[in-house]
Design a protein around this ligand. Sequence first.
Ligand code: SF4
Length: 432
Amino acid sequence: MNILLINPPNSGRSIPEERYGITSLKQIFRGEPLALEELAGNLLEHRVRILDLKAEPDGFPQALLDFQPDVVGLTGVTCEANVVLQLAARIKENCRATVVVGGIHASNDPAFFNHVAVDYIVVGIGKKNFAALVAALAGGNDKNLNLPGVIRTNPGGQVNRPLVRNSVDDLVMERPPDYDLVSRYRSHYILEKLGINMGFVVSAYGCPHSCSFCSIKGQTGGSYLTKSIAAVIRDIQLLGKVPVIRLVDANTFGDVKRATALGRALQESGMKKQYLADIRSDTVVRHPEMLRQWKEAGLRAVIIGFEEIDDASLAAMNKANKAAVNTEAISILNDIGISIVGDFIISPDYDENDFARLSTYLKGKRIDLPMITVMTPLPGTPLHRKQQHRIINHNLDYYTLTNAVTQTKLEEKQFYTLYAQLLADSHQNARL
Ligand code: SF4
């Protein structure tokens, strides 16, 4: 079988740009499509191609023509969901391929893809299930398919998210991602701030926590799953000379014992790489010795979801953390010499005082690269269930995390002007 796996183009839309000419809030994503590379690594019996439309925006018609796929797999985050459907429709117009959609939006909101242009939806980690689906299609046995996490679409009817918790078997970690399939795009995958090549490796899936706005639970159905240390080292080595490795896990340090062992193994491997990884601030505070050891292993920067600067706001988003812990984590990391990429979430309910408060906070802390997004009720999350009556913009193109899709408390133009100002001020001394 010919399997074409497609990463959609950068496609989110920007309210501040379209309505007020504010261009600085638009986000461009430059990373490699690791989820597709992982799928490809488990399709050894087939011819597989990856088309990365973020790196090759005009490549779609030619890829269909040249490759004549039997199956096309599409992935996408929420702001790409409409474009994924449009691509699916174009595939159906141009060839007879079976169209399968997976990824984080499909996992959290599978009903969105219950559409005539889509044949199957894969929910959760698809590495094992997608290969099983392809095998069934190849053998003509897909009619009575019963794979947990694989949904046959039923346009006009109902589709519910199956209650599937992924297990470690779903990682199929004995088969590494097929990095070779994106080698022609490798020069596009750079760490923008430094202009150097960056490769993606996954070492863990899901997260043990339950922040109300976070869509990560949909990735695994709630499990926190880790790859073996040997598999992580192997994957890093497969990236060859790529100097910076982004561990794309939502939470690399969710199991401290295992994360400590991984840090030690990275150090002992002798690989001279730099690493970027996500961690919670309470993990930093509880285990500074682990961070010191990871620093020795090459940890250059951590990404931390600080989210908000007071306890009431953190509690409202079920962050299970405290503002004082965030402050302590910042000083521990400053002390160790690990750079901080700090995620903050502003609410559409922000007024001038809230913006000023956050601005003062950021000026008073050494956070090397603050990232500021707008609280967005992503479909499938607890926040969405709570706030759906407040949503005024249902077009998923705007679910980029830099648009307010609920009513802003301030006049909208003022909200985006203050947001852009806050971002510009906080990036004045940004470094990594
Ligand atoms: S700690 Fe991070 S990854 Fe985990 S649920 Fe909260 S926001 Fe999501």
